[in-house]
Write a protein that binds this ligand. Sequence first.
Ligand code: LIP
Length: 265
Amino acid sequence: MSSHSSAIAYRLEAARSVVRDAGQLAMAMRPAPGGPAGTQKSAQDWLTETDGAVEAFIADRMKTLFPEDGFQGEEGGVARDGQLRWVVDPIDGTSNYARGRNRWCVSLGLLDGDKPVAGVIEAPALGEVYTAHVGHGAFLNGKPIQVSPVKEPASAMIEMGWSNRVPREVFMEKMDAIMRLGAMPRSGGSGALALADVACGRLDGYIEIVINLWDVAAALPLLAEVGASVSPFLANGGLTGPATILAANPHIAEALSAAVSIPLK
Ligand code: LIP
């Protein structure tokens, strides 16, 4: 392993520990099941106290461990630049977290310049953690993962992310296209966990018309390591603003791409 790759591996190991602790903090602050405990940044775009607390926790620990690295968070923006840059979504799936549901995670990705090279996605309420280091594998709870073998869209399960950033008509049009393929539709509220589900074969595809770098930064290395087909999210503006993403197992990616008009190249 090159010295640079070793530096990434060392960082991933440290990030794994920090994200585990951050997940425990989120669990300790977790709202009880029930009505949403939080505020709305805009219609149905939820924010809890935990989002800020977890991002501050991770930012502080990563600054102490790797002061030369850059850091960017969903809530605080770009705090520091650096060739190696951490990108965090402190609670991905906040709308679920705010109601005491289980489908949420702490997502921490590492970019080397413009290239995602490693990621940790911790879902403490589900007892699961995904890790990936590009060139060195992708894992769920330490076990290697792979995309699903499903070849027929009519046997597939495909998820689409929802937010108020996308007009209802567009969401309905794309969901209709997914169902016209014969696929079973899903929409779970966490883009990071849905992309991780594509990487480990629990989903055959995921699309979201408008999603952000912090939602996908940790999942992109997972998808790269398992050979998933992924649209050029970063090249299409995703590094600096919201963009569209499609990720799917290679067998059905072309059919899904054509059905929802999201190019793979
Ligand atoms: C969520 C994304 C998801 C999107 C949700 C929300 P958050 O991120 O992961 O893909 O559909 O609307 O934006 O806000 O929970 O960190």
